[in-house]
Write a protein that binds this ligand. Structure first.
Ligand code: MN
Length: 235
C-alpha cells in the first residue's frame, strides 16, 4: 500500500442521478465567451472567434457539490467587490481521448449537470487587461458549485435545452444551449486537440448573456431543462 509523506488529498465525487455511486472529478475546463450575447457584454466581437479555454482546480477547495432540493451556502470570496454568477451546462467526460472527431464527441460524454462558473470579475478584468492569466478571477475557493450529474442516455438531446438563472426569484439569464457559438461536440473536439481528455474531466460550456454582480444574502437558482436545478446562497 502506498504511503505518503503528508496526507494525500481526496478527490471530489459528484452525485449521479439514479445511483449511489459518485462521479470522480479530475480536471475542470471552462470555455470562454461561447455565447454571442455574453461575448458582447464582455466587450469582444463574437464573430466565430475560435474557442478558448481556462481551468479551475478539480479539488474540493474549488468544486462544491450542490445537492438538489436544498440551498448550498457558498462563502462570498475575498479580494473582490464584483462577484459574478455564470450559469452553465457542465459536461462530464466518461471516456478519454485526444483529437476526438466532432462526430465521435458524444460517445465521450458520461452526463450533464448545471454549474456556476463563479467569477471575481474585477480581478479577471484586471488580469485580462494586463495580458495576464485569469486564475485569480476564476479559480478561487468554492468557485465551481455543480449539481447532480444526469447520464447522457437518460437526458436525451441537451443541445436545444433552455438555460436560466434567477437571482432572488428574478430571471437574469435566459437562453438555450442551441445558442452556443461552439456546440458541445465541437467544444470537446477542439479541447481534445490541446489536452488529452480523461474520464472524470468536466467542461463548463459557457454562459449566456445577463451575467451580473451578487452580494451576500442573494439566492441564485440555476436551471437547464431536463437536469436538476441548483440553488446557491452567498453567505
Ligand atoms: Mn464561464
Amino acid at each position: 500500500m502506498t504511503s505518503y509523506v503528508i496526507p494525500a488529498h481526496d478527490i471530489v465525487g459528484l452525485p449521479v442521478a439514479g445511483t449511489a455511486d459518485l462521479f470522480p472529478v479530475r480536471r475542470v475546463y471552462c470555455v470562454g465567451r461561447n455565447y454571442a450575447g455574453h461575448a458582447r457584454e464582455m466587450g469582444s466581437d463574437p464573430e466565430r472567434e475560435p474557442p478558448f479555454f481556462f481551468c479551475k482546480p478539480g479539488d474540493a477547495q474549488a468544486v462544491v457539490p450542490a445537492a438538489p432540493n436544498r440551498v448550498l451556502e457558498l462563502p462570498y470570496p475575498p479580494l473582490t467587490n464584483n462577484l459574478h454568477y455564470e450559469c452553465e451546462l457542465v459536461v462530464a467526460i466518461g471516456k478519454g481521448g485526444a483529437n476526438i472527431a466532432v462526430a465521435d464527441a458524444a460517445s465521450h460524454i458520461f452526463g450533464y449537470a448545471v454549474g456556476f462558473d463563479m467569477t471575481r470579475r474585477d480581478l479577471q478584468f484586471k488580469m485580462r487587461d494586463a495580458g495576464r492569466p485569469w486564475e485569480i478571477g476564476k479559480a478561487f475557493d468554492f468557485s465551481a458549485p455543480i449539481g447532480l450529474i444526469h447520464r447522457a442516455d437518460e437526458v436525451g438531446d441537451i443541445n436545444h435545452a433552455a438555460i436560466q438563472l434567477d437571482v432572488d426569484g428574478v430571471t437574469k439569464q435566459s437562453s438555450s444551449i442551441a445558442q452556443l457559438i461552439w456546440s458541445i461536440n465541437e467544444t470537446i473536439a477542439n479541447l481534445s486537440t490541446y489536452f488529452t481528455l480523461a474520464p472524470g474531466d468536466l467542461i463548463f460550456s459557457g454562459t449566456p448573456e445577463g451575467v451580473g454582480a451578487v452580494a451576500r444574502g442573494n439566492v441564485l437558482e440555476g436551471k437547464v431543462a431536463g437536469l436538476s436545478p441548483i440553488t446557491v446562497k452567498l453567505v
